[in-house]
Design a protein around this ligand. Sequence first.
Ligand SMILES: [Zn+2]
Length: 317
Amino acid sequence: MSLNRVTSAALLAILLAACGGDTPEAQANLDIDGTPSAVLPTIGSSGGALSNVEAKRLFGAKTHGSAQAPAPYGGYSKGCLAGGMQLAETGSTWQAMRLGRNRNWGHPEMLDYIDKLSQRAAQLPGWGGIYVGDISQPRGGPMLTGHRSHQIGLDADIWLLPPKSLALSRAQRESISSISLRRAAGAYVNESWTPQHHQLLKAAASDPRVARIFIFPGAKVQMCADETSDRSYLRKIRPWYGHHYHFHVRLTCPPGATDCTNQAPPPPGDGCAEAAQWQKNILNPPPPDPNAKPAKPRREILLADLPAQCKAVLDAN
Ligand SMILES: [Zn+2]
């Protein structure tokens, strides 16, 4: 094979890979779900009679963190959290919302991140701090309702509603709703979007511990248009479905967390062309690919499927 042919073959492979990476199915694995944690040994049959029980039933029943050193095990969408810490219900610059869900548990790095971000938010006009949505269950793991990720204490949802009060009662935290910032099914921001949202997302993405921030495509497009200085943080702001009432922060595995699975970093660059493509696809949906294979229905995660360490996390006091 001539060098020329090798080069063309390599180029074709790269082009095919790039196209594959653009399909929602491929991105679902690459992006919000993170890298599958198949490389770690799993519980398998060592879980005994519980091995074939849906993991969400076991982890969803835990009311407090495990008495262990903090450690995330596995990946964002298939893992668990040892030594989870509870975010204080109220801080000087935040409140945890929907306390009845008991999902204000996370890795200490996440709690520290939220504290620091809330202090930045408190400096923005009209923002006294932040309302914090779901982090993880007390021991992480799959949930009975809602998210597929948020399993290892390193994902958190931050409301896009500027807090009017940081003295909300428990009842108010159940009843108040966030606001949607999207228009035209997420292709654009609406009139509730403000420069403060831009600044908050910029601050959120600029912490070096952040792996990705997920927000609806129109918000990223707007930020790309409005950013006049450093654009490097835009790489971490990822367009995604939903995410117009809150944005989702994902931290990288903390130093020393050897059994925590990072996902591949976002592609190089600011990702603005990709966001523009998402916007185009919302406004003018491309015809369905006649050769697309139907998406395989997802199987429930069983206890056996989780990383081996999650058995001790479940059993610990
Ligand atoms: Zn989320």
